[in-house]
Design a protein around this ligand. Structure first.
Ligand code: ZN
Length: 299
């Protein structure tokens, strides 16, 4: 399994074969990426700001916070196959999102659904080089609310690099907001919502994964380079074991770092497992989430 994961990871990064495997449901691609250098810089900033706020934060018990949520349906036509996600699927998606975050401080309330017909945004709005112009235009036109508001965009990712890689989604981090407020939010493949057609990634946890990034979480696996390393602290969370590679499918168990304690967190929302396999955030992830949201979103 380790060898297969390494192979799949290497292939999905650069080749058309990776895309073929993705289309057969063997891989998933999340476009939320951060370089080691950038991570080091933002984590230093986070540690400093967290220390500054620590007294106030410790004095407060976690409380329930309702996050206003805007869903922007971007479509190429008024048909479902053109990305026109029905309200019923959006309601189901909100239920899945809230169930996943039930043991955190956050719940999400849909305040508005917008619908926009724009073929370019629908086909190309990735964060890859050939999509970035469209995604910037789309978010600038549609984004609502401030740092405390979640904006979700549903698109097609059919063309260019996104189509080739089988991109399922990407999200921004809380620490990105200050410098690029209009860019803040989560973009997902429309057919990954519950009842969508992207089997086996149509349980609605693709959005949970991306909102995990939006609340400040990294992937549970090490993404330093394609060879993978066993760095147990790569996600800055203590209770997710060291994991060399992302998980694909839903293996019974996997231990990609056998010399270090703990099996891979294959059921964690921040891995790449199939969606029926994913069912938890750890206490350490919840703590990081609350600290990131407190420091950078004021909630
Ligand atoms: Zn991700």
């Amino acid at each position: 399994m380790v060898a297969l994961s390494a192979l799949v990871l290497a292939l999905s990064a650069v080749s058309a074969l990776g895309s073929q495997m993705a289309s057969r449901g063997l891989t998933r691609v999340c476009g939320t990426e951060i370089s080691t250098a950038e991570k080091d810089a933002v984590e230093a900033d986070f540690a400093a700001r967290r220390t500054e706020l620590k007294l106030a934060a410790d004095a407060q018990k976690p409380k329930r916070v309702t996050i206003p949520t805007y869903v922007h349906v971007v479509r190429s036509s008024r048909k479902l196959s053109g990305g026109n996600v029905p309200d019923s699927q959006i309601a189901d998606q909100m239920r899945v999102l809230n169930a996943a975050f039930a043991n955190t401080s956050y719940s999400f309330k849909l305040v508005e659904t917008t619908r926009t017909t724009n073929k370019n945004w629908f086909e190309y709005a990735s964060n890859y080089e050939d999509g970035i112009g469209n995604q910037t235009e789309m978010k600038t036109a549609l984004r609502r609310g401030d740092a405390k508001a979640l904006n979700v965009y549903t698109v097609g990712f059919r063309e260019g690099t996104a189509g080739l890689y089988g991109l399922l989604g990407y999200g921004t981090f809380p620490f990105d907001y200050e410098d690029a407020p209009k860019n803040d939010g989560v973009v997902i493949l429309y057919s990954t919502v519950p009842g969508g057609t992207t089997d086996p990634y149509n349980f609605g946890t693709n959005l949970v994964h991306e909102v995990g990034h939006w609340t400040g979480l990294y992937h549970v696996f090490n993404e330093g380079d394609l060879s993978g390393t066993c760095d147990g602290s790569s996600d800055l969370v203590d209770d997710t074991p060291a994991q060399r590679y992302p998980t694909f499918g839903c293996p019974e168990r996997q231990d990609s770092c056998p010399d270090l304690p703990g099996d891979d967190a294959i059921h964690n929302y921040m891995d790449y497992s199939t969606e029926d396999c994913q069912n938890n955030f750890t206490p350490g992830q919840r703590e990081r989430m609350h600290a990131q949201m407190g420091v950078y979103r004021g909630i």
